[in-house]
Ligand binder design. Sequence first.
Ligand SMILES: CCC/C=C/C=C/C(=O)SCCNC(=O)CCNC(=O)[C@H](O)C(C)(C)COP(=O)(O)OP(=O)(O)OC[C@H]1O[C@@H](n2cnc3c(N)ncnc32)[C@H](O)[C@@H]1OP(=O)(O)O
Length: 309
Amino acid sequence: MNSIVRAAVLGNRGLWFPALNAVKTMSTSGGPTPPFTTLSVTQPANHITHVELHRPEKRNAMNKAYWREMVECFNQIAEDSECRVVVFSGAGKLFTAGIDLMDIAGDLLQPQGDDTARVAWYIRGIISKYQNTFSVIEKCPKPVVVAVHGACVGAGVDLITACDIRLCTQDAWFQVKEVDIGLAADVGTLQRLPKVIGSRSLVNELALTARKMHSDEAKSCGLVSRVFPDKESMITGALEIAGEIASRSPVAVQGTKINLLYSRDHSVTEGLDYMVTWNMSMLQTQDLMKSAQAALEKKSPKDVTFSKL
Ligand SMILES: CCC/C=C/C=C/C(=O)SCCNC(=O)CCNC(=O)[C@H](O)C(C)(C)COP(=O)(O)OP(=O)(O)OC[C@H]1O[C@@H](n2cnc3c(N)ncnc32)[C@H](O)[C@@H]1OP(=O)(O)O
């Protein structure tokens, strides 16, 4: 049992939770993993953590607890030296219906504060907190493979654009829904989606009209890299990709994620400079020698044992 699963099982109480099958399979998670109430966290295979949105009866709508729990969960994953890759999916009928529209009424429509400045400051805090909920995915050095089935609405699009690899099912659709509820998307879609799909015209069309984009178009525009016939085959596919990543040197994998993200936001020259500085130290890893030796011997990276990172 890795430390994220252990932390989730033990919570802050330091108690064993005997009823919980701590290590469950990908598709059979029974419910949220304590102390989380909106997330199920399991370890389906060595070095792989599966995080599942788990409010299926509310279509995985993102309530107040969710915004907090995601940050706790990904901060733990970032620190968990047993975890090398994350698979993220949704329980039930669909991936997510986006922000919980019942909660929004309390938080944003009745903001606290004695005057305009204080109300604005209060709202600023909420939006920043919500932004951080998805930025933690990007800040986490472990790659995140997201698997979308059914619908991915509103904040769901913010979430998936912060992930590293996106997969979906044939029946999946995506919707930048925010204009329909009277707000400009403010927790990542407008910043990340243009970097994910090449056509700014298409981004503008999706964000300004809130039209649904179905899986075939999502594949053709590059939002997802693979489309699977159904959820079961997608989860199997996600696990296979995660298994490939988990078998590689964690020094190489995490350095790749961090440098790809850096280069996305900088010039080629700046990216190359950052890379040089990065690998000045990281090339001194024993993983390089081990991996090169395995390649020379025509072995798979899966045959190499790497130290924890
Ligand atoms: C600072 C703010 C930053 C964040 C901004 C984020 C913005 C957004 O996310 S905008 C998008 C908001 N979401 C929506 O507008 C989607 C609303 N839901 C739907 O359209 C449908 O539920 C959906 C098409 C996703 C699924 O339809 P289906 O027929 O499968 O389910 P329903 O019968 O409609 O719903 C089942 C129960 O789930 C509850 N529910 C669904 N979505 C939400 C939601 N977004 N918030 C809260 N609750 C939701 C729905 O009320 C049903 O509950 P119950 O009646 O108790 O069974």
